[in-house]
Structures are given as structure tokens and as C-alpha cells.
Design a protein around this ligand. Structure first.
Ligand code: ADP
Length: 248
């Protein structure tokens, strides 16, 4: 759905590590509300791309704009996270000794140290939001369980829920289905597709069957730039893509 136009503009971005170009004139435009999958062989620059978007790595050249032309290169990693770009790493950073509900409460706090006072001051709107997110991530029945008791998949969904508490415009998700059971993979596919529309979702993933099941548009990175872009069928039939994957 391209009605809304881009929300994220990565333009001519290059990043070098000791002379090695991890990103080489990368151009990437993510539309508002779209679900985009980013694939590519190891070392293609996928992690570096996410690091640049989230402010963890500064590009040598190029620009990154968000929304109504907000210059992300002028913002800190923290400002970017608070300003509408959430990132889910592979390893969840949930608080295992707290309940699912408490984890979501905590996620509303800008400063985790004020959680104790904050949870006593949550307003009706914030409580409604927690309940809405519990439904979205499918953990209503688990809301009073300790996060540490959740399955691997449930922990991943809780972490996505914690990011949702910040109402991100863009959600970056790194290998969401690694280590999941078939049923968990299916749940994750439904979750991520249901988030699109309201949020832009960027998924970096190696599992091609999963990518095929969720993606409307796929970007293939190779040697730090975009090799191909289109539907899964289009990119999988692209001779340059076939060559790169066969050469892996
Ligand atoms: P991907 O996530 O697609 O596997 P990366 O973005 O992690 O690719 O890495 C791209 C290239 O940049 C790799 O060859 C990697 O070794 C190199 N690289 C990434 N981060 C660093 C770093 N901090 N220092 C040196 N080289 C790095």
C-alpha cells in the first residue's frame, strides 16, 4: 500500500569499517504502513543498515530522514527510539521476574527507575493501551504469568508488545522467527502482518518460507547496496539474486 508515501528515507548511505564498505551507496525508501522484508547473504550489510536507521552507527556519507523530513543523523540513538523508531533485537530484553502485564507497564516508562511510582499513576488510557497490546500479541491469558515462564515465542511477542507501548511509527525486527516452533512462526506472521498499516514494519530475516508468507515487498541487500527489490517471486527469479545465493 503506497498511498501514504515514504516515512523513512535512506539516501546514498555509505559506512566503512577500516576501509571495508559495509554499506555502499544504500538507497532504501519505506512507505508508511508497509511491511518490508530485507534479505541478503551474511555480510550484506543488513545489521549495519539497522544500526544506521536507529542511530547506533553514523554513516560516512548520505542521509536518513524520517516522517516529515526529520533528519535522523542529527538525533541520538535514544531520541530516535523515543521518537518513533522501535527496534527488536534477536535476544529479548524482557524482565523475567516481572509479570507480562508489569513488563508492559514498564515499557510505558521513559526512565525505568521511575517505574514504581509510574505504575501507580498509569491513567485509564495507558491501561487501555496495555490491554489492547495484550490482545495484539496474544498474551491476554498470560498477563499475570512471570515473563520468565513464557515459551521462547511468547517472550519474543512480549518484547514486540513492549515496543508497541511506545507507539512506534516504524518497527525494525531482526530475525523474529529464529528458534521458533511452526505454530509460533505462524503466530508471528499473523502478528507482524496485523501491525502493518498502523506501523511500518521492517523485518530482517533468513527464513525464506517465512519471508514469502508475510512479505508484499522484499529488498535484497548485497555488498552494502540494494541488489533487487520487488515481490518474492520477482526477486527470486532475478538472475543476479540467484547468482548471489548460489555463491553463498
Ligand atoms: P549482515 O547483517 O547482512 O550479515 P553486517 O551489516 O553485519 O551484515 O556486516 C556487513 C559487513 O561489515 C561484514 O563484512 C562485517 O564483517 C562488517 N562489519 C560490521 N560491523 C563491523 C564493525 N563494527 N567493525 C568492522 N567490521 C564490521
Amino acid at each position: 500500500d503506497t498511498r501514504h508515501g515514504p516515512i523513512l528515507y535512506v539516501e546514498d548511505v555509505s559506512v566503512s569499517f577500516d576501509g571495508f564498505k559495509a554499506l555502499n551507496n544504500l538507497n532504501l525508501y519505506i512507505d508508511d504502513g508497509e511491511l518490508r522484508c530485507i534479505i541478503g547473504p551474511n555480510g550484506a550489510g543488513k545489521t549495519t543498515m539497522m544500526d544506521v536507521i536507529t542511530g547506533k552507527t553514523r554513516p560516512d556519507t548520505g542521509s536518513v530522514y524520517f516522517g516529515q523530513r526529520i533528519d535522523l543523523l542529527k538525533l541520538s540513538e535514544h531520541q530516535i527510539a523515543r521518537g518513533g523508531i522501535g527496534r527488536k533485537f534477536q535476544k529479548p530484553t524482557i524482565f523475567e521476574a516481572l509479570s507480562v502485564y508489569e513488563n508492559l507497564e514498564l515499557a510505558t516508562a521513559a526512565d525505568k527507575r521511575v517505574w514504581y511510582t509510574l505504575t501507580r499513576q498509569l491513567n485509564g488510557e495507558q491501561r487501555d493501551r496495555i490491554n489492547e497490546v495484550l490482545i495484539q500479541i496474544g498474551l491476554v491469558d498470560k498477563r499475570h504469568s512471570n515473563a520468565g515462564e513464557l515459551s521462547h515465542g511468547q517472550k519474543q511477542w512480549l518484547e514486540i508488545g513492549m515496543l508497541l507501548m511506545q507507539n512506534p511509527r516504524v518497527l525494525l525486527v531482526d530475525e523474529p522467527v529464529a528458534g521458533m516452533t511452526g505454530e509460533e512462526v505462524e503466530h508471528t506472521a499473523n502478528l507482524l502482518t496485523s501491525l502493518a498499516g498502523k506501523h511500518s514494519v521492517i523485518v530482517v530475516e533468513h527464513d525464506m518460507a517465512f519471508v514469502r508468507s508475510i512479505a508484499r515487498k522484499v529488498t535484497v541487500l548485497h555488498q552494502g547496496s540494494v541488489l533487487a527489490e520487488g515481490t518474492m517471486d520477482q526477486v527470486q527469479n532475478d538472475p543476479r539474486v540467484i547468482e548471489v545465493y548460489l555463491g553463498e
